[in-house]
Design a binder for this molecule. Sequence first.
Ligand SMILES: Cc1ncc(C[n+]2csc(CCOP(=O)(O)OP(=O)(O)O)c2C)c(N)n1
Length: 189
Amino acid sequence: MMQRLECMRAIYDRLESCIVVTIMGAVSVELQSLGHRPNFFYLLHAMGLASSTGLGLALCRPKQRVVVFDGDGSILMNLGGFTTLARYRPKNLVHVIFDNESLLSVGGFPTATATGSDLARIATAAGVPRSTTVQTVEEFTAAFDEAVKSNELSCIVAKVEATGPKGYVTDLSMLENRFEFAGWIKKSI
Ligand SMILES: Cc1ncc(C[n+]2csc(CCOP(=O)(O)OP(=O)(O)O)c2C)c(N)n1
């Protein structure tokens, strides 16, 4: 089974000019381990709201590409987020969900995807125009490139191993990230 870090490494170069929002915990630590950039915002604590934050950014910055890195546990806390995304359907948003079937960052308890809930089908049923599930890094990279090319709201569910970094804290503070990110967006208009 593929690893989330490998997926992010495979598309890291493509993120240079994108607005990137991640959930907290393992995803944010792994993306930072590849190299923090001022256009990366790590939404700490607020499970389920990375895609909502991405939606707001995508609507405010229609000419920029927004990429959200989400988790299965997080999205399951805000399934209504799919219906709101589908309602506004921003063409510039790629919603990546790393589905490790686990709440890894708090000890690895199984989520509902471990017992068969299918996030890509939930996204489709909510009205998200493009959604797919991928199992390999090659499929993930191709799905990401197709999503960008399609210029349609896209959801990519990447089935990944429930493994991650040793710790979940980095030396980048939340406030520093918040101001740096806002500054980057203002400059990039
Ligand atoms: C509303 C809310 N409830 C609980 C937590 C505690 N918490 C932090 S990370 C996490 C698990 C996140 O799971 P998932 O989105 O699947 O990502 P993973 O850790 O598996 O990478 C939990 C429960 C939180 N931050 N916010």
